[in-house]
Ligand binder design. Sequence first.
Ligand SMILES: [Zn+2]
Ligand SMILES: [Zn+2]
Length: 327
Amino acid sequence: MSQPRIKHYLINEKYEDPGIVIEIPQLGEYVLFDVGNIHRLDRELIKKITKVFITHTHMDHFIGFDTLLRYKLGRPHTVEFFGINPLAENVYAKLQGYTWNLVEFEPQLIFRVKQISGELFETYEFDIKKKFAKDFISEEKIKDNVIYENKFYRVRFAVLDHKINVLGYSFEFKNKLLLKKEKVEALPLRGREVGEFKTFLEDQNNRGRTLRIGEKLYLYEDLFQDYAYIQKGTKISYITDVVYSPENREKIVNLVRDSDYLYCESVFLERDREQAEKVYHLTTKQTAEIANSANVKHLIVFHFSRRYGKNKEIVMNEIRKLFPDVS
Ligand SMILES: [Zn+2]
Ligand SMILES: [Zn+2]
């Protein structure tokens, strides 16, 4: 299978609550980054959400939890949440805002929360059958900056400063090795052997080793060059609610480097830079500077300040001059 097809977009208008959706139907994955007001999303889509990555729990990023909860009731399902302490406590408080005395016959709905807490990942579960009690499941030491990974993609994070800790995220499909079909067909390989040939090439530990095909021995490097190529995985990053400090800037640029798509807040015009600093947000110029430094291909901006009303163009025009490939 080549890279699964994906669709990604902002949940709301640029001057409304932040958040994006990534749909990967082939994998049955429907992923949210932040869950502010989600009333614009189709109810059927909300029912299918499998994972939610939360930057922080300021209201505009978390108030949609109730909507999600409501549409998730009624079928057996586990929804995974990712974020940073105190996310688990916030999820628990949300769930305890309701009375759950008639749930014996409800299908089993579970919220699983994996949160960063100091040097650790902590995992908690909230099971409807236990009236959403907070169950500690496990903890592990954080080794690298990957908060979730499967066969197809990984999600990296950076801990950023917004006067509280917030997470920035990068969703990366893994690079894929593909075979040059016509060339491989000319080799004396039958059935399963093609799969084994591919597996040999996929494992970079085989560098310097040889493989026998028919009568001949071939060097890994030669086979790789002649019979395979790499399809680069799409990288989508999501950064919001951060102050423009040297530390934040460096961490963000490292995380989002070479993104195909960078979703990044751009809350204020440059003339309102003092206000941006005060409330720990970015200006147009700062957002463009990050996108340029990180060699981003396409920038999507959002979280425009209410002070500009519905006048999106005033912000877009300013940023377009500094980073043309913006929408
Ligand atoms: Zn915030
Ligand atoms: Zn916000």
